[in-house]
Design a protein around this ligand. Structure first.
Ligand code: PHE
Length: 359
């Protein structure tokens, strides 16, 4: 430190300059108050450095400086205190009501509900109407009305759950036993009973079968289409299926019909869709066989032209009207679309969010 004397007025000018700088720094407001306090009033501050120079002011002038220093310190203290009270006091209940909230985790529709909505929309666009029919029904509707009398061996395929009838069944032969519907085909005669023609229904409902393993759950969903009008042909059936698979799976998908047997359709078909990976060729570009499909085609589900017995059971004259029906599984169809290879279909209904979040 130099021992040269300095004039009181010079030191006062320097002090005032330091004060102005300090107040400007506080006003800029880009540092917390505690840090500013150290920077502007602490041992290494410009103000402290200048007050150490007081000793170099001639003795007779020194008393002029004291009050100036006090005043400058007070003004800086005041400015610091002002910003200190603007900031939230620590450890209090202070709440900034303008801060954006924390978004709670949002749910979304279950993958099966999404598929149901999508299937409904595709059929609605070509004039079908979504309807609901009972999921717990008289066994007449899923069996007898569909040309499967009691003890008919075809019934075995449906692994049905029967329910205890509460009390004694009445005399009506159609209302004797209650089942959890094993397929949505119970909606066929129920829809005909409404007595309105033509019929263009899409019935989507829960189905129940006594089966549980990696590819079966005791509860699943089917969507059942029924179209009844004059002159309905297999051509219409094929056209509707091709429309559906192009909308649901993509423009270069198509269907083929394979002869099959159901009691309630004649003729009956299994509907196949060409494989999305090899597009029906059964081979990949490199010549190796496609791993996803059986020789180019995947099985979608059952269908056929409504059997005359079924039309009659629904009060419709099979000599005037004809129609087609199909019933496919929602879960299966959706899995085929997403290419999701679930090694255990029961995951769909195990309510594990880690799984469900992915769809
Ligand atoms: N209900 C049949 C099944 O569950 C499918 C089907 C529906 C077949 C309509 C023909 C007509 O497997």
């Amino acid at each position: 430190m130099s021992d040269e004397l300095i004039a009181a007025s010079n030191l006062i000018s320097l002090l005032i300059e330091a004060q102005e700088d300090a107040l400007a720094t506080i006003k800029a407001g880009n540092k917390p108050e505690s840090e500013l306090r150290l920077q502007l009033l602490g041992a290494k501050s410009e103000l402290t450095r200048l007050t150490r120079q007081i000793g170099r002011v001639p003795k007779e002038e020194r008393q002029k400086i004291g009050p100036v220093v006090t005043e400058i310190k007070r003004s800086i203290e005041d400015a610091l205190n002002a910003i200190a009270t603007d900031a939230p006091p620590k450890n209090s209940d202070w709440v900034d009501v303008t801060t954006p909230g924390i978004r709670p985790p949002e749910g979304h529709l279950h993958i099966v509900s999404q598929a149901i909505m999508e299937v409904t929309r595709i059929f609605e666009r070509i004039g079908f109407t979504r309807v609901r029919h009972p999921e717990v029904d008289w066994d007449w509707y899923p069996f007898e009305s569909l040309n499967m009398p009691a003890h008919h061996p075809a019934r075995d395929e449906w692994e049905t759950f029967f329910l205890e009838y509460p009390g004694k069944p009445g005399k009506d032969p159609h209302k004797q036993k209650i089942v959890l519907t094993p397929h949505t085909s119970n909606g066929q005669v129920r829809e005909m009973e409404k007595g309105k023609l033509p019929i263009r229904m899409i019935n989507i409902a829960k189905c129940y079968r006594r089966q549980i393993d990696v590819s079966h759950t005791p509860m699943f969903h089917q969507f059942e289409g029924l179209y009844i009008d004059k002159d309905v042909s297999i051509g219409h059936l094929k056209g509707v299926f091709d429309h559906f698979v192009k909308q649901f799976f993509g423009p270069n998908r198509e269907t083929r019909l394979r002869p099959f047997h159901f009691q309630f359709t004649e003729p009956s078909f299994e509907v196949d869709i060409n494989c999305g990976i090899c597009l029906g060729t059964g081979n990949l570009a490199n010549g190796s066989p496609c791993k996803l499909c059986k020789a180019g085609w995947l099985e979608l589900g059952g269908s056929g032209m409504v059997h005359p017995v079924v039309l009659r059971n629904g009060g419709i004259d099979p000599d005037i009207y004809s129609g087609f029906a199909f019933g496919w599984g929602i879960e299966r169809t959706y899995m085929m679309k997403s290419g999701t290879k679930l090694d255990d279909i029961r995951l769909l209904y195990s309510n594990d969010v880690r799984f469900l979040e992915q769809f």
